[in-house]
Design a protein around this ligand. Structure first.
Ligand code: AMP
Ligand code: ZN
Ligand code: FE
Ligand code: FE
Length: 275
């Protein structure tokens, strides 16, 4: 049996492993196929794709688009799209700018709470800030001895509704799905978890979602079985991935989800039929 991990982050967004380190880890764990799904950029995918042969691993085009729908944030995974598609690249650039603006607001809030540092320090820490996220802030604050651990940083300052938190305003969810599909790809709802039990699911269907990330380390058995049921009922593709951020999270997640590649081939065939 061959396996894929379809949800991996690199240093091009808020992961803490380079594309090459991710390939090395994936190869050590005997994966045949991976998708680099950085937030709002395809740079990590492109770099991994260039060097993948050395590791005997296939890297498929992937991305995780951050999106807004009213007050809510949804993550949309894209696979098998044309990574040169202009409209998609523009959408990703818009999101990166929004992340930048949001982070400026967050830094102001954190400064206001007595955490004295300059935005540029954080920018450098985040690899010159192409895709800025809260995971960067958490580790940065630990490095500055302003938090004891990333968990402490989230609990005291940057978790949702904590005093240093700011919401980002990203491209609309329906638009994110359309961008992926118009670029020839498949749009998948990332880690739907409990949201799949609520009204989020009917919105996603209406907006044209094509698949559900059923297998994710945060999903309970009950959520997995509900997501499998919904996928069958509505004819949606099933995907799975570890959402590994290297040592950015409290544990290394790669290897926790082993998605069988015969299921992935269903997605690939569907995309190829549409070309
Ligand atoms: P952002 O996209 O900048 O809002 O950052 C989201 C990242 O922060 C994701 O990787 C989340 O898993 C992580 N995150 C959000 N809340 C927490 C929390 N309470 N503890 C640890 N990580 C969190
Ligand atoms: Zn992330
Ligand atoms: Fe996500
Ligand atoms: Fe992710």
């Amino acid at each position: 049996m061959k396996f894929a991990d379809l949800h991996l982050h690199t240093t091009y967004s808020d992961g803490f492993s380079s594309p090459e380190e991710v390939l090395r880890e994936a190869s050590a764990r005997k994966f045949s196929i991976i998708a680099i799904t950085d937030h709002d950029t395809v740079q990590g995918f492109l770099e991994a794709d260039r060097i993948a042969e050395k590791y005997g691993i296939e890297v498929i085009p992937g991305v995780e688009i951050t999106s807004s729908s009213g007050a809510r944030e949804f993550h949309v995974l894209g696979y098998f799209f044309d990574s040169k598609n202009e409209a998609l690249l523009q959408g990703l650039e818009f999101n990166r700018n929004q992340r930048f603006n949001r982070m400026k607001r967050m830094v102001e809030k954190l400064n206001g709470l007595g955490l004295e540092f300059h935005f540029d320090e954080l920018w450098k820490f985040a690899g010159n800030g192409e895709v800025l996220g809260r995971l960067h802030v958490a580790h940065f604050l630990v490095g500055k001895k302003m938090a004891q651990s990333p968990k402490d940083a989230f609990e005291r300052y940057i978790g949702k509704n904590k005093p240093g938190y700011e919401k980002g305003e990203y491209i609309n969810t329906e638009e994110a799905i359309k961008l992926i599909k118009d670029a020839g790809g498949v749009a998948v709802w990332a880690h739907p978890g409990k949201d799949s039990l609520g009204e989020g699911f009917s919105h996603m269907l209406r907006w044209g979602i094509q698949g559900l990330e059923v297998y994710h380390p945060n999903h309970s058995e009950a959520e997995i079985s509900n997501l499998n049921y919904l996928s069958q009922k509505y004819g949606l593709y099933v995907t799975g991935g570890s959402d590994c951020h290297g040592k950015g999270k409290d544990r290394i997640l790669i290897g926790e989800i082993k998605f069988p590649i015969d299921k992935l081939e269903l997605l690939r065939e569907a995309v190829e039929r549409c070309v």
